[in-house]
Write a protein that binds this ligand. Structure first.
Ligand code: PLP
Length: 396
């Protein structure tokens, strides 16, 4: 099935050539895990073949690939390479960031109550070092950014938020939070895994202290490679534990003890990276940079608009904010209103719908009683319609 539409979508169709997933599944589940493109898989395999055949002989190429990863990530995030550290996943980046932030008793740490555990637990355990955790409870039809802004006080030391929430897909306004960060003295720490690769981001225009993500969702990369962005002032801090990759190690003199931490974000790196993942990550990043995130976002926005429009005709409750500036690639709904008997658990029709979609090889997520749909730019309108028809068929 090809992408059709008024625009010239040959770039989408070219990309689909390298995505066998489209022949097997109606895959609308990128908020869970993104299937890598054939070129990304080939890059990861090339690394493994090299290690298989030559051991560490070509190690200098591996370091060059790490430099390329930092450069490509910097281009994607509109910042400079010095601001980029390579990480295995979002959580590690968040922990490295939080570990560097000095905390005093009486400090407050603002978090989101329904945040994914990958940010919730690092932030909670950080606050447990003597600060008070302020949990913002998201509410339907209330702007979450405003709720976070309202929770900030003169005692706030850290605001640690997901850019895009994993469950409802609500996108926080990083520009507004960054403005507040400029006015007040707190650290803004962002889990960006559900937004990077979907919505354009220009970190050099914002005042974000740390931002962390893994590439295995929306950047369609192998599991195990990601990025920690650290602002210039965040690189004046030192990580709580220093790793050898955080130092300017002399590879001919490992016993030198006078090495310094890297000046930039690399000071937060820990140790040997998962190089097959890094090779794949670079291939994905390069492709996303070549396509351009504005074009990707335009397409994802159009597909999610179509999902909104289709679902609005059906007896479901959409919990994702409708305005495009408050969402990214996720649309989440429950079957509340779909005729579940009074007093019954309305999650149950949703779980049956999820089972039916799975039977039809339509891949979405079932989370906390909700169905979460997350199309990417390479999906087609027809795939969205297959999903909508299946939901309609189920709800009768
Ligand atoms: C908001 C959010 N943060 C983080 C993660 C994953 O964290 P990590 O990359 O540390 O495994 C997910 C999903 O798996 C997520 O939805």
């Amino acid at each position: 099935m090809k992408a059709t539409g008024a625009d010239n979508l040959s770039w989408v169709n070219d990309f689909r050539q390298g995505m066998p997933v489209v022949d097997d599944l109606t895959y609308l589940n990128h908020a869970s895990v993104g299937p890598p493109h054939a070129d990304t898989i080939a890059a990861a395999q090339a690394f493994l073949a090299d290690q298989h055949a030559h051991g560490s002989l070509n190690q200098l190429d591996w370091f060059a690939k790490l430099d390329e990863a930092r450069a490509q990530a910097a281009q994607l995030l509109r910042t400079s390479e010095e601001r980029i550290a390579i990480m295995p996943n979002t959580s590690t980046g968040l922990m490295r960031a939080l570990g560097a932030i000095p905390l005093q008793s009486g400090d407050e740490v603002v978090a989101i109550a329904d945040a994914f555990p990958a940010i919730y637990f690092p932030v909670k355990s950080f606050a447990d070092r003597g600060a008070t955790l302020i949990e913002v409870e998201p509410a339907l039809n209330i702007d979450l950014t405003q709720q976070v802004l309202d929770a900030i006080t003169p005692r706030t030391r850290v605001v640690a938020i997901p850019w895009v929430g994993f469950l409802r897909g609500a996108r926080l306004d990083l520009a507004a939070l960054s403005e507040e960060r400029r006015r007040r003295n707190f650290f803004l720490v962002v889990d960006a895994i559900q937004g990077v690769g979907v919505v354009p981001l220009a970190l050099d225009e914002l005042m974000v202290d740390f931002l962390s993500f893994q590439g295995a969702k929306w950047l369609l990369s192998p599991l195990g490679a990601g990025v920690l962005y650290a602002s210039e002032s965040a690189c004046e801090l030192a990580p709580d534990f220093q790793g050898w990759y955080g130092h300017e190690i002399d590879w001919n003199a490992f016993l030198r003890r006078d090495t310094a931490l890297w000046q930039g974000a690399r000071r937060y790196e820990v140790a040997t990276h998962s190089m097959p993942s890094v090779y794949g990550f670079v291939a994905s990043l390069s492709r996303f940079n070549a396509i351009g995130i504005p074009r990707i976002w335009e397409r994802i926005r159009s597909l999610t608009d179509r999902i909104f429009a289709g679902l609005s005709q059906l007896p479901v409750l959409i919990v994702t904010p409708q305005p495009a500036e408050q969402r990214a690639g996720i649309v989440t709904f429950s079957c509340e209103g779909a005729g579940a008997p009074a007093g019954s658990d309305w999650a149950s029709p949703a779980s049956e719908l999820f089972a039916e979609l799975s039977r039809q090889r339509i891949s979405v997520s079932f989370r906390e009683g909700f169905i979460r749909v997350s199309p990417h730019f390479y999906n087609t309108e027809e795939e969205v319609d297959v999903f909508l028809a299946a939901v309609k068929g189920f709800l009768g």
